[in-house]
Design a protein around this ligand. Structure first.
Ligand SMILES: Nc1nc2c(c(=O)[nH]1)N[C@H]1C(S)=C(S)[C@@H](COP(=O)(O)O)O[C@H]1N2
Ligand SMILES: [Mo]
Length: 159
């Protein structure tokens, strides 16, 4: 389940099926056309936000993955028009090896640690999108060692 909550008019959650049922104009049928390293069907963040109604005081978007306790918080305006949630692959829910059931994706994110909006913000297993006035929880790695450790954990899990 993907929850969208915080500074929104109508907090709600989505299942894979509910995402699939959103208007076609909010869907990207094959995300590899926008980012060749990713596959699957996605919905634009802007579409999700449209369904909940963003309050004017919402300045930050925080992505929560409770599965591995990973969190990232970014300025909403920076991602509003260029982020997606990937939710389906080959007609099935996105598998966990690909970061499913829901994976956040920012197009043209910078390389890790080079900017606030880096690839580390492509949160896997995201289960909650939280809008807030102030920055939210963020435990992305801040130095090389922490970052390398996180990636080796990732590889261990994926192999
Ligand atoms: N839930 C979760 N999402 C995560 C991470 C993580 O450890 N947990 N690592 C991040 C980091 S640091 C990077 S660089 C990208 C890597 O994604 P990729 O392996 O698909 O390229 O995922 C990001 N999303
Ligand atoms: Mo990263």
């Amino acid at each position: 389940m993907l929850h969208v909550e915080g500074e929104v008019e109508r907090p709600r959650h989505f299942t894979t099926q509910m995402l699939a049922g959103l208007p076609a104009r909010w869907h990207v049928l094959e995300v590899s056309q926008l980012d060749p390293r990713r596959r699957g069907q996605a919905v634009w963040l802007a579409g999700l936000l449209d369904t909940v109604g963003v309050r004017p005081q919402a300045n930050y978007l925080t992505l929560h993955a409770s599965r591995d306790d990973f969190h990232a918080s970014v300025p909403l305006e920076a991602v509003r028009e260029r982020a997606l949630v990937i939710f389906e692959l080959d007609g099935q829910p996105l598998p966990p090896e690909q970061g499913g059931p829901f994976r956040f994706l920012v197009l043209d994110a910078a390389a890790c640690k080079t900017a606030e909006l880096d690839e580390c913000v492509n949160v896997k297993y995201v289960d909650r999108l939280e809008l807030s006035a102030e920055p939210g929880r963020d435990n992305r790695p801040t130095d090389d060692r922490a970052h390398a450790a996180l990636h080796s954990q990732d590889e261990a899990r994926e192999s």
